[in-house]
Design a protein around this ligand. Structure first.
Ligand code: TYD
Ligand code: MG
Length: 446
């Protein structure tokens, strides 16, 4: 019996896992055989100690995945011998992304795409949608991990894609594919293949309803890199995020748009999150959110209407509910806006998700503008965190945000007074503000 959360082993079923404290997480696995093979993994012949300084370092040895946004999230490309797990909800585009990458790499060297979920014909039809097929792209509709290992041995591909790890199984284990024991064992075996051959292996992993990768949490510990592909089903853009990366930063994100020809890289992602309307409307502002090293610009819209009956309603999409409540309270107390009997709805355009505090000031201004029904100035990006006294607090990466904003054609930026010292960029009109009240005065002069 093994805990599906943390992989804790127990000879019998336990209601509560002593390892992680979760309830009812124990599931069966064929433990006897598992032990044997695990031991074999530790005893592989390459495990001879060698002086660390004799191991060659070669940044050039990373391979490009053929997709710039994917390379960025990987930290510069695929590292030889690494195992990368790509997780995400079903239907979000994991297979499409990895097939596209496989397709790019196969123009130069053979790639093995192992599909346990779809037939050869299905994969072919999909591959044809995303580009012309290269004879170097090999497909195996296979779920038996030992057969997959033989294929890798025979083909010696440059890169292997396993779609998905939940369909792979090791025939010596009694457990069903997708169970803890199977997922662990198959990942372990593939990790060994990657380390001994130097071939990078990309694994697709589905996310369960609880938001975890199906299978044990330990899967995340076993691989070198964990990436999540996320997005809203009703919006076309997708964000690839690093959750763990032994070879790079996890701050970077990759942005894609799902098109009829697969996932397309988005050169200017902010256009997805800005409405193109040229008429000024009340309740709308543009904020900046720094995702890794890349500033994103997103329009925020607030609708403020008198409450008809009962308690006022507050609803948010794409922005933090609690931050919105907080901003409403700050406006009420520090600026004197009577928001307590108003319904408040706040949206981030395009299905973006904004978690950074630097969007506070933008939310506050959108609320005030929506309440007074006075539009804010056009072409302005609003940057700043807001404290409980209504003070505007400094944000990180101010110069980077301004440079990018200027490139996108914003005319003016509202920035925290406290960031004045960090300002070296002078390519646009800049207004420094110290409090929310001051910011309102400066932007709602009309
Ligand atoms: P898929 O890669 O199969 O998702 P996953 O492997 O994460 O389950 O993506 C499936 C969705 O993507 C499907 O709903 C259709 C859509 N799609 C496109 O819009 N354009 C395309 O070119 C492709 C291949 C898929
Ligand atoms: Mg798939």
């Amino acid at each position: 019996m093994r805990c599906r959360e943390c992989g804790y082993y127990s000879p019998r079923w336990l209601g509560r896992c002593p390892g992680c404290g979760e309830w009812e997480t124990f599931v069966a696995e064929a433990s006897g055989k598992q032990k044997k093979t695990t031991k074999a993994a530790g005893g592989s012949p390459t495990a001879v100690p060698i002086p660390l300084n004799t191991i060659p370092v070669d940044e050039e040895s990373r391979y490009s995945s053929g997709i710039a946004e994917l390379d960025r999230v990987l930290g510069g490309g695929l590292v030889p011998g690494s195992v990368v797990l790509v997780g995400g909800d079903p239907g979000i585009g994991k297979s499409t992304l990895l097939l596209q990458s496989a397709h790019h790499i196969s123009r130069f060297s053979p790639v093995l795409y192992v599909s346990g979920e779809e037939s050869g014909l299905q994969v072919r039809l999909r591959a044809e949608r995303v580009g012309t097929l290269d004879p170097n792209l090999y497909l195996a509709s296979e779920t038996d991990i030992e057969v997959v290992e033989q294929h890798i041995e025979a083909l010696k591909p440059r890169v292997v894609v396993i779609d998905s790890i939940q369909t792979a199984f090791y025939s010596e284990l009694a457990a069903v594919p997708g169970s803890v024991g199977q997922v662990r064992e198959c990942t372990l075996r593939l990790t060994r293949v990657a380390k001994t051959t130097g071939i990078p292996i990309l694994l697709v992993g589905h996310v369960t309803k609880e938001g975890l990768l199906a299978g044990p949490r330990t899967l995340e510990h076993m691989v070198d890199t964990v990436l999540y592909l996320e997005g809203e089903r009703h919006h076309s853009f997708r964000i690839l995020r690093g959750v763990k990366n032994r070879f790079g930063s996890t701050n970077e994100i990759g942005i894609f748009e799902m098109t009829a020809k697969g996932l397309a890289e988005v050169a200017n992602p902010s256009r997805l999150f800005l409405t193109s309307g040229s008429k000024p409307v009340s309740g709308a502002t543009v904020v900046s959110s720094l995702e890794g090293t890349r500033p994103l610009f997103v329009e925020i819209q607030a609708l403020v209407t008198p409450t008809g009956f009962g308690n006022p309603r507050r609803m948010t999409a794409g922005v933090d509910y609690n931050r919105v409540i907080l901003m409403a309270a700050v406006l009420e107390k520090r600026v004197g806006l009577g928001l307590s009997n108003q319904d408040i709805y706040v949206n981030a355009v395009g299905g973006a998700k904004l978690m950074e505090p630097a969007v506070d000031l933008g939310i506050a201004l959108a609320l005030a503008s929506g309440f007074r029904d006075v539009p804010l100035e056009q072409g302005v990006v609003v940057i700043g965190e807001v404290g409980l006294t209504g003070e505007v607090r400094p944000v990180r990466g101010i110069d980077q945000r301004l440079r990018e904003a200027a490139k996108l054609g914003f005319r003016k930026a509202v920035v925290p007074e406290a960031n004045r010292g960090d300002l070296s960029f002078a390519g646009m009109e800049i207004e420094v503000v110290s409090t929310v009240a001051r910011a309102l005065d400066q932007l709602m002069r009309s």
